[in-house]
Design a protein. Sequence first.
Length: 610
Amino acid sequence: MGDTLRLLRVMWSAGKGIAVVITVIRLVERLIPAATAMVVGLLVGRVTALNGTGGFSTVLLPLAAFGAVLFVSHAAETVVEPLAYLTQQRIDGAHRAAVTRLVASSPTIDLLEQPEAQHLIQRAKADPDEYTQRTPGQAALAGLDQAADAIGVVATCLVVAQFAWWLVPLLLIPSLICVRLRYRQRLKFVRLWRAQLDELLRADRWQETLVSAGVGKDMRVFGFGDWAVRRLRRQHVVRCQPIFALWQRNICGQLWLFLLAAPPLLIAITAVAAGTVNGQGSFATETAVLTAGAALFTMIGPGESALTRLAGLEALKAYDELAEVFGKDAQRPPPAAPAHTGSSSHVRFERVGFTYPGTTHAVLDGLDLEIRPGELLAIVGLNGAGKSTLIKLLSGLYKPTSGRILVGDGQDLAELEARAWRERISVVFQDFVKYELSAADNVTLGRPGVVPDPTVLEAAARDAGLRPVLDRLPDGWETPLARTRTGGVDLSGGQWQQVVLTRALYALYTGAELLVLDEPTAHLDVRTEFEVFQRLAEHRDDAGVVLISHRLSTVRQADRIVLLGGGRITESGSHDELIASGGDYAKMFAIQAERFQQGYRHTIEEGELL
Ligand SMILES: Nc1ncnc2c1ncn2[C@@H]1O[C@H](COP(=O)(O)OP(=O)(O)OP(=O)(O)O)[C@@H](O)[C@H]1O
């Protein structure tokens, strides 16, 4: 009952007018079998009464009524289809927007990395690419169908009862048992689908990966196309086999359902025929009852509505669970949390420890670090030392497992409103995203919702060294940065990095106070990288910059360099101080300087960069 009410509410949410119209049409449709039975009965009665005596005019009325029933049936069918489509799209559009909003509302990303959360999202997103998956819109319409079916069954039973009341339970009870059994069969499909979510997700991702241009390169070069397709097929077969097996059992079950429902219908037909022969009813009544009985048999038919209702409700229930999980998360920190005060480029990590959810290894372990206002701070360390993790904590994407991060005048980052904090910082991640949007959109995403200022856009492009790249694009700023889009182009790795740097600088020049760059120049040639940093140093004003880089030739320009190792800062100082101390930084620098001089001596003027 609760589910039915919920589906009605969902239906109502599509718009009162459309909900009422579609309900009326569905009801009319369901009354048509009963109306047909009565009209056919009336027609047969009149024809029989004529008994070859002429007077054809007496059958005109039932004939006209029959035509009217046919017309109404046809009109209802024609009108209901677009209305149902509209209703479904409205409901599903709103549902998908709600799911996206909910998932996006989480201030951190730790939940998104959990398989359980991904399963919930898959269940809730109502993307009916699977046999058993249905959308809330489809479920609402199916719920309406079922309610209308029930009314249609009552009307048809009234026609049948004209002959004898006991025919109603005789036909109805086996049919209702069939409905129940079918419902249980469909429930098994939904449960099976739910149990297979993990494989489904893996197969989906694998398929998406295989058709992407990036993987297309690897696939061709290494020649693993056949292997990849075989793997995809195997995943598909493994997933489908239990569904086929369930179908096989289902087909056998259908025979039992037929044996349950058909004999009562035959008994009813025989009883009505015998009764008519014995003068218990007219031939017309017999025709009406038989027409209605057959309609009843088909009305309680295939159980598709039951599956649709069940599967669509599944998406709504998954949304509830998702709201529970993400809703809680979205409320940490509380929405009314204060905005921070003081300079955003003043940050202190106090004994910060961090272990990724679901793992046991502490990536950061009692880390103390101060990022001073206006300072250019470089963080270096070996692969896996935790540099990117530190940046994610600084961006508020994860909360420290222990310790705290104080920002501005000493406010705990965990208690601040995440959005307000992020407006004050500008971050380039190592694994940045290449958005299939225009060059302008790719950059202005750094400050969304604000009318782009062309002067600032140009300044950011100039400082990131993007201007020469833009000059070569066919449509300048408006060129889509994706080969798959009409008129689009793809950029080289270094050019993409310049786009992303431009985005970060654009955010910096429009209000951010702390620029965080995680390997921002790994793909840039040495000269471009040098020029970019020169300009950044000139134009950053009072903004702080945190730079992560393995290129120590870049890092040496920083005001201060810290070395991260074993989850803590192990060395800190200017380049000269660290070289003088002869620690790990000095050793790393010596190795790189030696390799650099060997590898680039002929292309870079001596002493220009080192
Ligand atoms: N989302 C994650 N879930 C679990 N563990 C993670 C996750 N991201 C990173 N790690 C682990 O955390 C450790 C630190 O990774 P991180 O990316 O911070 O290192 P890094 O210093 O930036 O390395 P690199 O120089 O190679 O970029 C690694 O052992 C890594 O496996």
